[in-house]
Design a protein around this ligand. Structure first.
Ligand code: GLN
Length: 247
């Protein structure tokens, strides 16, 4: 399973979030603690995205994060108060390449998925049929995560609240493709929506910042989010509610 994190709070360098802490996302790419049967390393690419003055900016590569010669300088020189980052362990059968690596982006939104949709694409044809053809043609890559993002982004475009859009789509995907693993992070730079749907998520809320991550890193202060939860947070607020889970 991939590893991901999101941060909202006072501006920090990307390096202080992703590279420098003990058991950082960087280290989790080759030595994750808790993969729950979803592979062993996260070496199929990585992506960092951050909000600056003009909306979200992404840096994605299709190489293991530890092989990128430019990353240390880049991440040390960029500061942001809103970040989403992921390292990928591509599901067997899914294509390889930069376009298949999170964060996925649409307008001001960034999205990451840790998990898989069994039987994709056949298992989700009914859901695909309901999408405008133009959205399907613009799928970032033929991968389950990009499809999941397209389903959620479609709801967001219809002005559904982000937490409802995520919760509704997860329920629909699970009923169409039972056994799906749907751990997602979504942000617009002001709010984070996260889910636990068969995988871990941890949260560190300090009062002026919120960090959520597949595995805790750096200093303490982390709480584990229970299975089948919907987390909605800003830098200063945190709400965790139960989702129905598989019916
Ligand atoms: N299924 C997604 C992919 O192939 C996510 C993989 C994962 O979480 N390990 O990229």
């Amino acid at each position: 399973m991939c590893r991901h994190l999101a941060y909202l709070g006072p501006p920090v360098t990307l390096a202080s979030l992703v590279l420098e802490p003990a058991h950082s996302l960087y280290e989790q790419s080759w030595a994750p603690h808790d993969m729950r049967g979803g592979g062993t390393v996260n070496a199929d690419g990585f992506g960092l995205a951050w909000y600056g003055d003009g909306g979200p900016v992404r840096y994605r590569r299709d190489v293991p994060i530890w092989t990128d010669q430019n990353l240390v300088d880049l991440a040390g020189s960029i500061r942001s108060g809103a970040v989403l980052a992921a390292v990928r362990n591509g599901t067997v059968g899914m294509p390889y390449g930069e376009a298949a690596v999170a964060p996925f982006k649409s307008g001001n939104w960034l999205f990451s998925h840790n998990g898989r949709i069994p039987g994709w694409p056949e298992s989700t044809l009914k859901l695909a049929e309901r999408l405008p053809v133009s959205h399907l043609l613009q799928l970032d890559a033929p991968v389950d995560s990009a499809f999941l993002w397209t389903l959620i982004a479609h709801r967001l475009r219809e002005d559904v609240d982000a937490p409802d859009a995520v919760a509704d789509v997860l329920q629909e995907v699970e009923s169409t493709a039972p056994g799906s693993r749907l751990n997602v992070l979504l942000t617009d730079g002001h709010q984070i929506v996260g889910t636990t749907w068969t995988h871990s998520l941890w949260v560190r809320h300090t009062g002026d910042s919120t960090t959520v991550a597949s595995e805790p890193f750096g200093d303490g202060g982390w709480d584990e989010v229970p299975e089948y939860s919907l987390l909605v947070a800003t830098a200063t607020t945190l709400r965790i509610t139960s989702m129905k889970g598989p019916q």
